[in-house]
Design a protein. Structure first.
Length: 179
């Protein structure tokens, strides 16, 4: 084989191996910035059927963070749907009244996934953390308050801190801005 042709074949083969890695490799990075921790005490669920539970948020809910703090207002609720594979899908809506009087609408979907053990523990009223199960949310916010208008333009992500089922149930999670 001619040396130039042999070298050309190697270049082509190397390109076939390397180019897909370059073309499909990571091209950006996601970072987060802590926004706030949200705590919501929950009423016992309204069980519509075996796949849909609605949790009303009781008085006493709050949000605290370096740029935003306030209380959760009624009405607020978590719609929890049991999916065929056993994971849970969240649909949550509520209003946050900041300490300086602004109203911020908070809405998010999310996924909760339990092992049988973690589900049984929660049903017994034990407090679970992020080490016990998968619980991730994707909050967005809406407000007309000029001070907080930047919230209208960001996607957030939330992760469970603690959750308790049964008597005196609650959910507490951290929310981060995705950058």
């Amino acid at each position: 084989m001619f040396p130039a042709l042999k070298r050309g074949l190697w270049v082509i083969l190397a390109g076939l191996v390397i180019l897909p890695v370059i073309a499909y490799g990571q091209t950006t990075q996601i970072t987060t910035e802590y926004l706030m921790t949200v705590y919501a005490p929950l009423d016992p669920p309204q069980q519509i059927d075996n796949t849909l539970f609605i949790y009303n948020v009781r008085e006493g809910g709050w949000a605290k963070g370096p740029k935003i703090s306030g209380t959760l207002l009624a009405p607020a609720a978590d719609w929890l749907r049991v999916m065929p594979g056993g994971s849970l899908r969240l649909d949550v809506r509520g209003t946050l009244k900041t300490d300086d009087g602004a109203l911020i609408y908070l809405a998010y979907n999310g996924i909760i996934s339990h092992s049988k053990e973690s589900w049984d523990r929660m049903m017994k009223g034990e407090v679970l953390t992020s080490k016990d199960h998968y619980f991730i949310t994707a909050p967005t916010m809406q407000t007309s308050a000029e001070k907080y208008a930047w919230l209208n333009h960001v996607q957030c992500i939330g992760k469970i801190v603690e959750v308790k089922g049964g008597e005196d149930s609650f959910v507490k999670y951290d929310i981060y801005i995705v950058r």
